[in-house]
Write a protein that binds this ligand. Structure first.
Ligand code: BES
Ligand code: MN
Ligand code: ZN
Length: 498
């Protein structure tokens, strides 16, 4: 996507479509005001006739509007005047993009960036425009045969700015939005691929491809034999029943010399049958999304590399397939983790933590400034927070707050969940150092506590994305979350102000 900024009026720019907004009680946004004046009241007329709505999420495309240079005018609802939030702004841009991509428009000018939105800057509104437009344009077509439907030809997005001085900020915002969108699209693509294509080896190949040609980014992949030598008995116990070999993917981006890196660890279970503790049939196909933690951290790496951020970032992905077979781990089996701690596997469906614990122990060698693991870890987190917010757990209040704030800024929200001794006690085992499940209560938290036993002394946080990584139902598909949240954590660490 190409971006440009302009101070010219909505009515004066010859694009295929201009986006303007209207508020309730017939109040017009900046762009709508101008189009209304140039067209001798077209917008006001349509408000009166009820053809355009001020509700956020509504969009009407007007053609043949007299007195203006653009072929079309997309009029979107912005709700109550003076009350537009960043969330509302994003919804409005998304609605406009959805309507516009049903037309043949190649170029648009977004005039909504002229509206007062909370305390949002030109950078921020440009970035969210880029992120929203890309999200709407995304289609998963790889696996469809036959003649593919042509997508929208949209290739140029203009950002209206109030003054010349905002141009550089808006362009920076668009650039960062484009970077984040690259990561989101990659995460969605990896998530949406079926498990017979997206295997641990496929994830490893994808990570390797990202590294070629980009000097600052390197990828290495550890084999099962190497993991065995490192003592990763817990990780390997999960892939024991699968014909697909496990991989440990390590990506390193060096944008800041010898600084300690931020390490992101992503759960890469390319399919989770539950193993011998087999899952029930309904919706089991959705367990192809059980590698969305991996997709999220690889996507974030792609975003950071594209934005060329001055930061050191390391991504570690334990990638496995969880299958039942005669070689699979059985309930009651005891495995030894890389940390030396032993684990009684009471349920082979609690496999995410078994691969993450070894990946976390491995990551100590990078002396992380902060380490964040990302996982579709528990159904209990979906019960607790639904599909709206990612669960955030941490042994550091500061890091938890940092991630929470980043989620708010990025419009990719999380919510804190506790950790603590009283929950950790639920993991007691009669036979090993710990069990891999903690009973029926507080499942998201006991999973976090399990990981906490491997992160002593680290500045660590755990994100449970079981509810947010994909959508079910008619809109089934990977969301690309938490790439925006994690990208924002890293942008903020680079001192980029929203
Ligand atoms: N991948 C699942 C978690 C999950 C389930 C995510 C449903 C999204 C939707 C994970 O490996 C799992 O099976 N967890 C178990 C843990 C339990 C056995 C302690 C769960 O949540 O039921
Ligand atoms: Mn499972
Ligand atoms: Zn799982």
């Amino acid at each position: 996507m190409k971006y440009f900024t302009t101070t010219s009026k909505a009515s004066r720019r010859a694009v295929d479509c201009v986006i303007v907004g209207v508020y309730t009680r017939s109040r017009l946004g900046v762009g709508a005001e101008d189009v209304d004046a140039a067209s001798k009241g077209e917008i006001t007329k349509r408000i009166k006739s009820g053809d355009v709505s001020a509700s956020i999420g509504h969009c009407e495309i007007l053609t043949n509007v007299p007195g203006i240079k653009a072929d079309r005018v997309a009029v979107v609802g912005l709700g109550k005047s003076g009350k537009l939030t960043a969330t509302g702004f994003k919804k409005a841009v998304t609605a406009a993009a959805q309507a516009i991509t049903r037309t043949k428009a190649k170029s648009v000018l977004n005039c909504l960036t002229l509206e007062p939105v909370d305390s949002s800057s030109a950078y921020y509104l440009a970035r969210h425009t880029a992120e929203s437009v890309n999200d709407v344009l995304y289609r998963f077509t790889q696996m469809k045969s036959g003649r593919k439907k042509k997508g929208s030809p949209l290739s140029s997005v203009g950002l209206a700015i109030a003054k010349r001085g905002d141009a550089a900020k808006a362009m920076r915002g668009a650039e960062h939005g484009e970077g984040i969108a690259t990561g989101v699209s990659l995460a969605r693509e990896l998530g949406n691929l079926p498990a017979n294509v997206c295997t641990p080896s496929y994830l490893a190949r994808t990570a390797k491809k990202l590294a070629t040609g980009k000097g600052k980014l390197t990828t290495k992949v550890l084999s099962e034999a190497e993991m065995k030598r490192l003592g990763m008995g817990s990780l390997l116990s999960v892939s024991a029943g699968s014909a697909e070999p496990a991989k440990l993917i390590v990506m390193q981006y060096k944008g800041a010399g010898s600084d300690q890196p931020v390490v992101l660890v992503g759960k890469g279970v390319t399919f989770d049958t539950g193993g011998i503790s087999l899952k029930p049939g309904p919706a089991m196909d959705e367990m192809k999304f059980d590698m969305c933690g991996a997709a999220g951290v690889i996507g974030t790496m792609a975003a950071v590399a594209k934005m060329k951020l001055p930061i050191n970032l390391t991504v570690v992905v334990p990638a496995v397939e969880n299958m039942p077979s005669s070689t699979a781990t059985k309930p009651g089996d005891i495995v030894k983790s890389m940390s030396g701690q032993t684990i009684e596997v009471l349920n082979t469906d609690a496999e995410g933590r078994l691969i993450l614990c070894d990946a976390l122990t491995y990551s100590r060698r990078f002396k992380p400034a902060a380490i964040i693991d990302v996982a579709t870890l528990t159904g209990a987190c979906v019960v607790a927070l639904g599909a709206h917010r990612t669960g955030i757990m941490s042994n550091s209040e500061e890091l938890r707050e940092e991630i929470f704030a980043a989620g708010e800024t990025a419009e990719d929200r999380g919510w804190p969940l506790p950790l603590g001794e009283e929950y950790a006690a639920q993991l007691k085992s009669n036979f090993a150092d710990m069990a891999n499940i903690g009973g029926p209560g507080g499942g998201a938290v006991t999973a976090g506590c399990f990981l906490g036993k491997f992160t002593d002394g680290l500045n660590w946080a755990h994100l449970d994305i079981a509810g947010t990584a994909w959508k079910s139902g008619a809109k089934k598909g990977a969301s690309g979350r938490p790439v925006p949240m994690l990208s924002q954590v890293l942008l903020a660490r680079c001192g980029v102000l929203p």
